[in-house]
Design a protein around this ligand. Structure first.
Ligand code: CS2
Ligand code: MG
Length: 402
């Protein structure tokens, strides 16, 4: 089953996506998401200029060997660009293998460990009452878990509050938008948001919050402690993920569960956090952590330490990644939760898929392979448009984490 063609498809149905399409001599093809929000063309070049020439002629069934060949063969291994490129190859090969065996990929991963996959939605609002109303909407749609993000009094903009009621896209065309940040304003506000949400909805709904890398360890410890009465499902990215020692300090002060990992590229980025049980959920996902082949290894390490998965699933991960993640989620033993930030209608039209949502849960479907396709003619109608993620600056102008 030789690979005879490999194409990188760039499109922008509401936001930029990069998709790798591998075709075998048997006429089968597989898809891989290669999207890296704000740096998409770096992955396009890594694939087109360096990886594609290595794939032509390879046996598509040698998935692990292809992964090792591309990872070790790079010499300059790891990192978000290279691992996103390898991930897209890996996803496409699993897709092809499923199609060749005429089974959905989750069956190749060991079969279903559950009937469906619990997902979380994204309530956001410019103020508390708008966020309460948005949370109510997601609960009415059947979600058991809702992430809440809210405008901060005194700040003009902040992460997680954007356009559109059912989806959130932070990247903007043109130069990076600049947000003004105040840790003091944020820390004095967020506990009141979740106290209000618990007052409104009681103890049952799973409530999540994404700190989005913006605190120092002691500030995150203070926030985690303040949120304890609200029993969050998780507090995400409390500090920048590279501040790994900081997680020890946070853990020392609070029992609020911690999730981290969407920016990680490999098991080496999270090994200590998992082994020292400094986190409760690992957020790494298929497109940025080396594909299904590598993500399974991260999950198996995490299982030994009772750390559960909580794959990233924002709008900038394409339906190809969402499909692959759902096959992984359905099968992996130590599944925790799956992020499900809905894509726009035009995105779903470009990427028809078998996965479905019902009453707070999702299922990848039983189509052979990943169960997702790309309409290349339609994709061509949405040309790439450079877009950047925002930059954060403190009120005095100092650059800050966004
Ligand atoms: C966020 C993302 O979904 C999340 O948890 O951290 O929205 C993140 O900001 C984007 O994926 C960045 O491209
Ligand atoms: Mg996040």
């Amino acid at each position: 089953m030789r690979i005879v063609d490999a194409r990188v498809i760039v499109c922008s149905p509401g936001r930029n996506f990069v998709t790798l399409k591998l075709v075998t001599e048997d006429g089968l093809y597989g898809l891989g998401d290669a999207t890296l929000n704000g740096r998409e063309l770096a992955v396009v070049s890594y694939l087109q200029d360096h990886v594609v020439p290595l794939l032509i002629g390879r046996d598509a069934r040698r998935i692990e060997d292809t992964w090792q060949y591309l990872y070790k063969g790079a010499y300059w291994r790891g990192g978000p660009v290279g691992m996103t490129a390898i991930a897209s190859v890996d996803m496409a090969l699993w897709d092809i293998l499923g199609k060749a065996a005429n089974v959905p990929v989750y069956r190749l991963l060991g079969g279903a460990s559950r009937e469906a996959v619990m997902v979380y939605g994204h309530a956001n609002g410019k103020d508390v009452e708008e966020t309460v109303a948005a949370t109510a909407h997601y609960l009415e749609l059947g979600y058991k878990a809702v992430r809440a993000q809210c405008g901060i009094p005194g700040l003009a903009s902040t992460y997680g509050v954007g356009r559109g009621g059912m989806f959130y896209e932070p990247a903007e065309p043109g130069l990076p938008p600049e947000n003004v940040w105040s840790t003091e304003k944020y820390l004095s506000f967020v506990p009141s948001l979740f106290a209000r949400l618990r007052e409104e909805f009681g103890p049952e709904p799973h409530l999540l919050h994404d700190v989005h890398h913006r605190l120092t360890p002691i500030e995150a410890a203070r926030l985690g402690k303040a949120l304890e009465p609200c029993h969050l499902f998780w507090m995400e990215d409390p500090v920048p993920a590279e501040v790994q020692d900081g997680f020890r300090l946070i853990r020392h002060h609070t029992t609020t569960p911690i999730a981290v990992g969407e920016v990680f590229s490999s098991i080496f980025d999270c090994r200590h956090l998992i082994q020292e049980q400094l986190i409760d959920y690992i957020r790494s996902t298929v497109v940025h952590a080396g594909g299904l082949t590598h993500l399974r290894k991260i999950a198996h390490l995490a299982e030994m330490y009772r750390v559960r998965t909580g794959c990233h699933g924002a709008t900038d991960l394409s339906p190809v990644c969402m499909a692959a993640a759902l096959h992984f989620d359905l099968s992996v033993h130590n599944f925790g939760i799956q992020e499900y930030m809905r894509h726009t209608d035009e995105t779903d039209q470009v990427f028809p898929h078998a996965y479905s949502f019902e009453d707070g849960y999702m299922h990848p479907g039983d189509a052979p392979g990943l169960g997702v396709d790309i309409d290349e003619a339609l994709a061509a109608q949405y040309p790439y448009a450079r877009a950047y993620l925002p930059v954060n600056r403190r009120e005095d102008g100092t650059a800050h984490d966004w």
